[in-house]
Design a protein around this ligand. Structure first.
Ligand SMILES: [Zn+2]
Length: 106
């Protein structure tokens, strides 16, 4: 067997397993907290992982719950998101201060 310097798919699996652990503690975790704990500072990467995890969990007996982001000015809640994301502005008042989505695995 030849050993190469392979990060490849292993890196992905490890990070996703970590996310599952971090979200299974019973406390909701915000997107930025997740980024910080993982040492990944690209929110898009973490959000992609989270949506992937949500899909795999569906096949098991647990599920990923998202407390949706909300506008910090008018309180508009982004309830109907089909997948986890951090919206950049409020459709109602155009404010760009949006609260973080929180995630939890139940
Ligand atoms: Zn608003």
């Amino acid at each position: 067997m030849i050993s190469t310097v392979g990060v490849g798919m292993d890196g992905w699996d490890t990070r996703r397993e970590k996310i599952v652990k971090l979200l299974s503690t019973g406390e909701p975790v915000s997107l930025d907290e997740l980024c910080r704990m993982l040492g990944v500072f690209d929110r898009k990467i973490v959000l992609e992982d989270v949506s992937h995890i949500a899909q795999t969990l569906r096949k098991k007996n647990s599920k990923l719950v998202m407390l949706p982001p909300a506008c910090l000015r008018c309180g508009f809640v982004f309830k109907d998101l089909s997948r986890p994301k951090l919206p950049s502005r409020c459709p109602k008042c155009k404010n760009e201060r949006i609260s973080q989505p929180l995630f939890q695995i139940k």
